[in-house]
Design a protein around this ligand. Structure first.
Ligand code: 2BA
Length: 129
């Protein structure tokens, strides 16, 4: 391969690495918010925190939007896994206030909460103006 072609190939590879951006959407329990935030900052990640509400429990949780390169994904997964703990919570399937008087109220059920739910999305373009 001629030096010029080699240089172009190297440049193309570098560009492909730089542009392989992923957006990680990570939903965590509010109790883990402080810990995971500290660790993400320590590890040098850039992210946005959004206050969110779980559709099932209707409780506040926290959604992180984290922009990373493909190479950073492994480290990011480790940070998330080490700082978000799954636990069990008793949940009333039907809220007391929603039940008509005299209605049968099913016993609370245990559901796993916490841990982290993580979606990894491909990003077409990333701009910083
Ligand atoms: P929530 O919707 O409040 O769900 C809290 C936990 O309740 C869930 O934990 C799961 O263990 C249980 N759960 C949820 N829907 C259920 C159902 N239909 N029947 C029985 N149990 C159910 P995770 O799966 O760890 O989810 C934690 C939070 O992550 C959710 O809070 C929601 O805010 C978000 N999430 C989970 N899966 C999602 C998805 N596919 N799309 C968007 N958000 C999701």
């Amino acid at each position: 391969m001629r030096p010029a072609s080699r240089a172009i190939a190297t440049w193309r590879r570098a560009l492909a690495i730089i542009t392989a951006v992923k957006l990680v959407v990570c939903i965590v329990h509010n109790r883990d918010k402080g810990k995971i935030t500290d660790e993400l900052v320590k590890a040098g990640f850039k992210f946005t925190i959004i206050g969110s509400t779980g559709g099932f429990l209707r409780e506040g949780n926290t959604t992180f939007l984290i922009g990373v390169t493909e190479e950073e994904l492994v480290t990011l997964h480790k940070v998330i896994a080490q700082n978000c703990q799954s636990r069990e919570q008793l949940v009333n399937v039907m809220p007391f206030e929603a039940a008509p008087p005299g209605a049968f109220i099913p016993s609370p059920v245990k559901v796993p909460v916490g841990g982290a739910v993580v979606f990894v999305l491909n990003v077409d373009q990333f701009h910083r103006f």
